[in-house]
Design a protein around this ligand. Structure first.
Ligand SMILES: *Cc1c(COP(=O)(O)O)cnc(C)c1O
Length: 431
C-alpha cells in the first residue's frame, strides 16, 4: 500500500517541485482543473498592471510600437511553437480556439477541393469537443461537404478516397484518451486526406511534435495548460508547405501583407500572419505571455519531457490510490492505463451504480469535493460515455501529496455519503 509518507518522499525528490512557486495557489485548495482553466501565474498581476498603467496609461497609441504590442501574436506564437514541435514563425497566438478552427478547417477544405473535388467527406470523432463539431457542421454545410462522425476505434476504416479532411482532438476532453498523432496522420495521408489537430488538451500537457507527425494544421487553447487566464487567446499553426496556399476567410487587416498601407484590396501576408484577423486583445495577450513563461521556466529542467514524466507519475499514483483506497464504491477508470494513450487527466465513472431515482452521482460527488477544496469537474455522459468525474493533473503545480489528499477526500465523500446532500445535487450553469 502507498502511504502519505511515500507521497511526501516523491515530492522531496521531485526536480520540478519549485515550479509551483511560479503560481498563486489559493490556500486550502487542491486544484485538479488546470485542464479547464489554468491557475494564476505569480508574475501576472504586476505584469498586467504594468501593461495597463504604463503601456496603456502612459504609452497610449505609441505602445503598439514601443511596447511591442503589434508583434505579440507572433512573439507568443514562437514560444508556443517550442512546446508543440513547430518552428519559430509558424504559430500565431490569436482569437479563440473555435475561431482558429474555422480558419484552418476552411483552408483545409479549400485545398482538398482544389486537389480533388470528389473528396466530399470530413471525418471526426463523435466524442470530439462540441464546438469543434459545431464549427465543422456549419462549414461543411456552407461548402457542400458531409461531416462523418465515428467512434474512435472506427477512424481507420472511415478513411477513404472520398475523405477531404480528418479533424481530431489529440487528447479527448472527456476521457483523457490520447491519439497517436503520427500514426493517424500517416494513415490519413495514405488516403490522400489532410489532418487538422486540436491541441486544446495537449499543448503544455503532453509532448507534441507537429513536424515529426507531418501534421497539416493545428490549433489549441491558451487558458488550459498554457495558464493564459480566462478567455486567453488561442493559437494556430499551419505546416509551412500549406501556409501560403490559401487566404483564410476571415480576411481582416491584421492578416494583410501591409496593414498600414490601408489599401482597399486585401493582399494576404506571407506566412502564418495571414491567419490573423483583427486587432488583438493586448491585455489578454499579456496574461498569456505570463502563462507561457511558466512553461518555459521548465525548459532548463527538461521541458515537456520532464513535465510528461511527472504528469504520468501523478496520474499513475492517483489511479493506484483510488483503486487501493476507494474500492467498493463502484468507481471505474475511463482514462486509458496505457501511457501512450493517456493525456494529463484521470476520469472516473460510477457506471454500474444503479440506485432508484439516483443518477450516477458523478455530479454530486464532484460538488462535494469542491466544497472540501478539491476542485475537479463533471462532464455529462452521452450514449457511449457515462457521466464522468474529471481530474486534471498539471505537473507544474500539482504535487504527490496533493494527490494523496485528493483521494483521501474522495474516499471520505464516498464513505460518508455526503454527496447525497441536496445542495450537492443542484446543477449550476457551468459544470
Ligand atoms: C477547451 C476546448 C475548446 C475551447 O474553445 P473556445 O473557442 O476557447 O471556447 C475547443 N476545443 C477543444 C477540444 C477544447 O478542449
Amino acid at each position: 500500500m502507498t502511504t502519505l509518507q511515500d507521497c511526501r518522499a516523491l515530492d522531496a525528490q521531485d526536480p520540478l517541485r519549485n515550479l509551483r512557486d511560479l503560481f498563486i495557489l489559493p490556500e486550502g485548495v487542491i486544484y485538479l482543473d488546470g485542464n479547464s482553466l489554468g491557475v494564476l501565474p505569480r508574475a501576472a498581476p504586476a505584469r498586467i498592471a504594468q501593461a495597463v498603467t504604463e503601456e496603456w496609461g502612459q504609452g497610449l497609441i505609441r505602445s503598439w510600437n514601443s511596447a511591442g504590442w503589434f508583434s505579440l501574436p507572433q512573439r507568443l506564437g514562437d514560444r508556443i511553437a517550442t512546446l508543440i514541435g513547430a518552428k519559430a514563425g509558424e504559430v500565431v497566438a490569436t482569437d479563440s480556439t473555435s475561431i482558429n478552427l474555422y480558419k484552418v478547417l476552411s483552408a483545409a477544405l479549400h485545398m482538398a477541393a482544389q486537389a480533388d473535388p470528389k473528396r466530399k467527406r470530413v471525418v471526426s470523432e463523435r466524442s470530439n469537443f462540441p464546438t469543434d463539431l459545431y464549427i465543422a457542421q456549419s462549414l461543411c454545410k456552407e461548402r457542400g461537404f458531409t461531416l462523418d462522425l465515428v467512434d474512435d476505434e472506427r477512424i481507420d476504416e472511415a478513411l477513404g478516397a472520398d475523405v477531404a479532411v480528418l479533424m481530431l482532438t489529440h487528447v479527448n476532453y472527456r476521457t483523457g484518451a490520447m491519439h497517436d498523432m503520427a500514426a493517424i496522420t500517416a494513415a490519413a495521408h495514405r488516403h490522400g486526406a489532410l489532418t487538422v489537430w486540436d491541441l486544446a488538451h495537449s499543448a503544455g500537457a503532453v509532448p507534441v511534435d507537429l513536424h515529426a507527425a507531418q501534421a497539416d494544421f493545428a490549433i489549441g487553447c491558451g487558458y488550459k495548460y498554457l495558464n493564459g487566464g480566462p478567455g486567453a487567446p488561442a493559437f494556430a499553426w499551419v505546416h509551412p508547405q500549406h501556409t501560403d496556399r490559401f487566404e483564410q476567410p476571415l480576411s481582416g487587416w491584421w492578416g494583410h501583407a501591409a496593414p498600414f498601407e490601408f489599401t482597399p484590396e486585401y493582399r494576404p501576408a506571407p506566412g502564418i500572419a495571414r491567419y490573423l484577423c483583427g486587432t488583438q486583445p493586448i491585455l489578454g495577450m499579456t496574461a498569456l505571455e505570463c502563462g507561457l513563461d511558466t512553461l518555459l521556466a521548465a525548459q532548463p529542467l527538461g521541458g515537456m519531457t520532464a513535465l510528461r514524466a511527472k504528469s504520468l507519475a501523478l496520474t499513475d499514483l492517483y489511479i493506484r490510490l483510488v483503486e487501493e483506497r476507494c474500492a467498493g464504491h463502484g468507481l471505474e477508470l475511463v482514462t486509458p492505463r496505457d501511457h501512450g494513450r493517456r493525456g494529463s487527466q484521470v476520469c472516473l465513472t460510477r457506471r454500474d451504480v444503479k440506485e432508484a431515482g439516483a443518477a450516477s452521482g458523478a455530479y454530486a460527488i464532484v460538488q462535494a469535493l469542491i466544497a472540501r477544496g478539491v476542485i475537479g469537474d463533471f462532464r455529462a455522459g452521452d450514449a457511449k460515455h457515462p457521466d464522468i468525474l474529471r481530474f486534471g493533473f498539471t505537473p507544474l503545480y500539482i504535487g504527490f501529496e496533493d494527490v494523496w489528499h485528493s483521494v483521501e477526500h474522495l474516499k471520505q465523500v464516498l464513505e460518508s455519503a455526503e454527496w447525497r446532500r441536496p445542495e450537492f445535487n443542484q446543477k449550476h450553469a457551468v459544470t
